[in-house]
Write a protein that binds this ligand. Structure first.
Ligand code: AMP
Ligand code: FES
Ligand code: ZN
Ligand code: ZN
Length: 331
């Protein structure tokens, strides 16, 4: 297997580009794809301050590293969700990365600050864990970006994530979500601008990027997400991609080019009556925002005010760079 650029030994094949790359040209390819996404969708201007939400997983650490490499001014934000050992370990990866690169990492601790963690809080509020978690994260990301005076909030969503969400939204014809499923959401009504610079990279590439760059990351998926629909859409798309390389890219970018605009009216209607939450001031369509309602129902659900011990089984937690098999498990 030879690199398409220099004919040296290749370390990865990317079937949707019909190309193999050596280490250096693979890194260059990742940087080029991120730079292209940033330019194409006007994500970040030179001189702007960006805040990247980092979970300790491959995507968010890769996007942080890539943005720094491309010369952007980026700090990190880690939210401790109190999901047992999973959260403890994920925080360690985020902190270790920041320390090794001398980057600034902001931290918000959900149980310590709001009195609930995701497992107990979602039960107390009778919400699915991933829904309570998504709601809490979105609120805390927005608040941290605005309070810190950042111009833009970055997340590590990649092509696989976006194609899977698109599949879910299409299967259920969530037209108001389809109108908002864009790689850039402009700042408005008290929300910061939000961008996804990894939309041109698949998760196999972000994992390989971390391995090649020597970035240690938490390999395990969140234990609360096991069996959720999002993962089954990813698996279905992986089967389609195997038979038809490039299908995920065509699905997602075809949607952006030819369909997203058609759902803009529904998405807009959903945001028409936004006003400040009576409790925290965040934009909402109700009197009190969904996050404050969650805090009212779930806050104080911890037995002694401390994080609950959740039995979370973790497998091997890191893909080591010196393990030859490290790239193989990566899909
Ligand atoms: P997920 O919702 O877990 O698929 O994560 C999507 C993106 O949200 C990640 O790529 C990160 O940018 C961000 N993220 C997820 N979990 C956290 C966390 N605990 N702290 C900060 N950012 C996070
Ligand atoms: Fe939020 Fe798993 S990371 S429920
Ligand atoms: Zn090469
Ligand atoms: Zn509120």
């Amino acid at each position: 297997m030879k690199c398409v650029v220099c004919k040296g030994p290749a370390i990865i094949d990317i079937r949707r580009h019909n190309a193999n790359f050596c280490t250096d040209h693979f890194l260059e390819q990742c940087r080029r794809q991120v730079a292209k996404a940033i330019d194409e969708f006007a994500m970040i201007e030179r001189g702007e301050r960006a805040l990247v939400a980092v979970s300790g997983g491959k995507d968010s650490l890769a996007v942080w590293d890539l943005l720094v490499e491309l010369g952007y001014d980026v700090d990190g934000l880690y939210v401790g969700l109190g999901i047992g050992e999973y959260s403890d370990v994920s925080g360690t990866y985020a902190r270790d990365f920041a320390r090794s690169r001398e980057l600034t990492l902001l931290e918000v601790d959900l149980p310590g600050t709001y009195g609930y963690d995701i497992p107990t809080g979602s039960r107390a509020a009778r919400r699915a864990p991933c829904s309570a978690c998504g709601l809490s994260k979105r609120h805390l990301f927005d608040a941290a970006a605005l309070e810190g005076g950042y111009d833009v909030l970055v997340t590590g969503h990649n092509l696989d994530d976006e194609a899977a969400v698109l599949m879910g939204n299409t299967l259920h014809w969530h037209t108001e979500y389809l109108g908002r499923q864009l790689p850039v959401l402009p700042a408005r009504d008290g929300f910061p601008r939000k961008v996804k610079p990894l939309v041109r990279l698949g998760e196999r590439e972000t994992a390989a990027y971390c391995v090649v760059r020597g970035i240690d990351y938490l390999v395990d998926e969140c234990p609360m997400a096991a069996g959720n629909r999002h993962l089954s859409y990813k698996a279905a798309l992986n089967d389609i991609e195997l038979a038809s390389p490039g299908a995920k890219h065509a699905f997602y970018f075809g949607f952006l080019d030819r369909a997203a605009e058609r759902f803009a009216t529904e998405a807009e209607a959903d945001r028409e009556d936004l006003r400040p939450c009576a409790s925290c001031g965040a934009p909402t369509t109700s009197e009190v925002c969904a996050f404050c309602r969650l805090v009212q129902r779930a806050g104080g659900s911890l037995p002694d005010g401390g994080p609950t011990a959740v039995a979370v089984e973790l497998g091997p937690t890191r893909a080591r760079v010196d393990e030859p098999s490290a790239l193989e498990g990566v899909r």
